[in-house]
Design a protein around this ligand. Structure first.
Ligand SMILES: NC(=O)C1=CN([C@@H]2O[C@H](COP(=O)(O)OP(=O)(O)OC[C@H]3O[C@@H](n4cnc5c(N)ncnc54)[C@H](O)[C@@H]3O)[C@@H](O)[C@H]2O)C=CC1
Ligand SMILES: O=C(O)[C@H]1O[C@H](OP(=O)(O)OP(=O)(O)OC[C@H]2O[C@@H](n3ccc(=O)[nH]c3=O)[C@H](O)[C@@H]2O)[C@H](O)[C@@H](O)[C@@H]1O
Length: 482
């Protein structure tokens, strides 16, 4: 049976959750303080790039099952269940979570709760927040003891958010009563009927499951990136190492891609907030390893800058650097804590002429880093480049033809910061290739060139099309820029 649901905060999480709830058959109102976002959503359009979201919005806004508002009065009057999806970013000047949006949303909603309702927190919060909010709510909601709070953390990935909402790995319900769990089980009835595992627990455990999951994922990535550092020192190949590890089912291959490391609006801030919260609770030493996870991760960004410098012969000053990718990962336009932009901005500050191109994130990147130059296409970004950095592994970048690209750049030098290209293929096409935690490949002479040499009379200088001395960086190092 359809419930009346509100979703408070309609960003990367809330907009998808609202559309997902409508798809599950409920009547939904999304609430946001951002009027422009609300207008866009009410037109059935997605305010950000997320595959599959716009058709879902259009379908349900069109049918009248889903609408958006800035009015908390409307939301309070309408909803049986209110999902809290506002942001919990890193606090400026600290490593802890900034809970001002969560508090503000509760304060705005509470006075309008005149009848029984369940508020289900989905935002990622420090453990103990739910209990604190429950007290805040009880003090402000007219319906008081008939207004309950639960915590229902969200595990969706950007880029797969629609799929993850409709077919999640698991549902976690942190509740204070069996009745509240039953309400949420009604909300997710279709998901549960599909056999999705369900964990019903208390609120602190539910809050902790979320940050523990993100901490584990971050640790896995930093583990393989630490291995990449050792591989760099030992002349070994982290991609082959990772592949070999992945066959052990206890380890698994997911989240073992070494490269530029993790970014985004969640993993970095969540491990920092978790460490801060554990210390506040007295578990000072428990999460020390997460500081190291963070540091390994940040060192990868410096490593990419170092590789660019190395390829340029020691200095990046004045060099034209094409950075392919601005989003923190492919299939999103999200540039929060983006490793790609971090690298781009560092090179820019060091005096390089940086041109960035991202298929979806140029506008968000330009809003955050207005002093960088942006190109509308990859071809425009790489035109005349001294070095190319592949920073976000969009499919349109990983499928690039090294021979074709080689004709557009000034020098064939590439840092594959995501280990997303075939090193040998690029080396064979005359590129000086650097990956992350893997040895630089040695170019073999392409078969076509070998045939040409063989067909050339001895003593004559063969004409080698498209393969020049500068292309074979290791044979004749390219001139160093000042
Ligand atoms: N982005 C993701 O993939 C996931 C995010 N999360 C968590 O969900 C929460 C939200 O994250 P995002 O959606 O990425 O953030 P976001 O920044 O994209 O969205 C937050 C939205 O809340 C709105 N907002 C702020 N104050 C408000 C208020 N008082 N009342 C109503 N709306 C308000 C903002 O205008 C914005 O639209 C965070 O705690 C995050 O850690 C959890 C799982 C996945
Ligand atoms: O709490 C959240 O917001 C979400 O955070 C992550 O999702 P997301 O940030 O969308 O992105 P991921 O796919 O986890 O990637 C995070 C970062 O790790 C990097 N990464 C990922 C995997 C890998 O092997 N190596 C690696 O460097 C990606 O490039 C990206 O920068 C989690 O995967 C979600 O389960 C969680 O709900």
């Amino acid at each position: 049976m359809a419930l009346r649901i509100t979703v408070i905060g309609t960003g990367y999480l809330g907009a998808v959750h609202a559309a997902g709830m409508a798809e599950l058959g409920h009547d939904v109102i999304g609430v946001d303080v951002d009027e422009r976002k609300v207008d866009t959503l009410n037109a059935g359009r997605a305010p950000f790039f997320e595959p599959g979201l716009e058709p879902l919005l259009a379908k349900h806004v069109g049918s009248g099952r889903l609408r958006f508002t800035t009015s908390f009065a409307e939301a309070g009057e309408f909803g049986d269940v209110h999902f809290l999806c506002v942001g919990t970013p890193q606090q400026p000047g600290s490593r802890g979570a900034d809970l001002r949006y969560v508090d503000a949303a509760i304060d705005a909603l509470a006075p309008h709760l005149q009848r029984p309702a369940l508020i289900a927190g989905k935002s990622t919060v420090p453990v103990g927040t739910a209990e604190r909010l429950a007290a805040r709510l009880a003090a402000k909601a007219p319906a008081m003891e008939e207004v309950h709070l639960a915590w229902n953390p969200e595990f969706l990935r950007e880029g797969f958010a629609v799929e993850d909402t409709l077919r999640p790995d698991r549902l976690v319900l942190g509740v204070t009563s069996r009745t509240d769990a039953a309400v949420l089980e009604r909300v997710y009835a279709k998901v549960l009927q599909a056999g999705t595992p369900l964990v019903v627990t208390d609120m602190p455990t539910a809050e902790l499951v979320k940050v523990a999951a993100n901490s584990f994922l971050a640790t896995k990535i930093s583990f393989i990136n630490a291995m990449a550092e050792v591989c760099e020192a030992a002349g070994a190949d982290v991609v082959e190492l990772s592949q070999a590890l992945s066959y052990d089912e206890r380890i698994g291959g997911k989240f073992l891609r070494a490269g530029l490391g993790f970014g985004g609006g969640c993993l970095p801030k969540d491990i920092r907030a978790f460490t801060t919260r554990a210390a506040e609770l007295g578990a000072h030493e428990a999460l020390n390893f997460l500081r190291e996870v963070d540091e390994v991760n940040m060192r990868r960004r410096s490593r990419v800058v170092d590789l660019v410098r190395e390829l340029l012969g020691g200095s990046v000053l004045g060099a034209k650097v094409a950075v392919l990718g601005a989003a923190f990962k492919p299939s999103t336009d999200d540039v929060r804590d983006s490793p790609a932009l971090n690298v781009a901005a560092t090179l820019h500050l060091a005096g390089s002429q940086v041109v960035v191109h991202d298929p979806e994130a140029n506008a968000n990147a330009a809003a955050k880093f207005p002093t960088l130059s942006y190109a509308a296409t990859a071809a425009e970004a790489v035109a005349g480049a001294d070095v190319v950095v592949l920073a976000t592994e969009w499919e349109q970048f990983t499928s690039m033809d090294p021979v074709e690209l080689g004709q557009q750049v000034e020098y064939r030098r590439i840092v594959d910061a995501r280990n997303a290209l075939d090193p040998q293929r690029w080396a064979d096409a005359g590129w000086a290739y650097r990956g992350m935690g893997r040895p630089a490949p040695t170019a073999t002479i392409p078969a076509s060139v070998e045939r040409l040499i063989a067909a050339t009379p001895s003593g004559a200088v063969p004409q080698l099309p498209a393969v020049t001395a500068t292309a074979y960086d290791r044979v004749a190092p390219a001139p160093t820029l000042a």
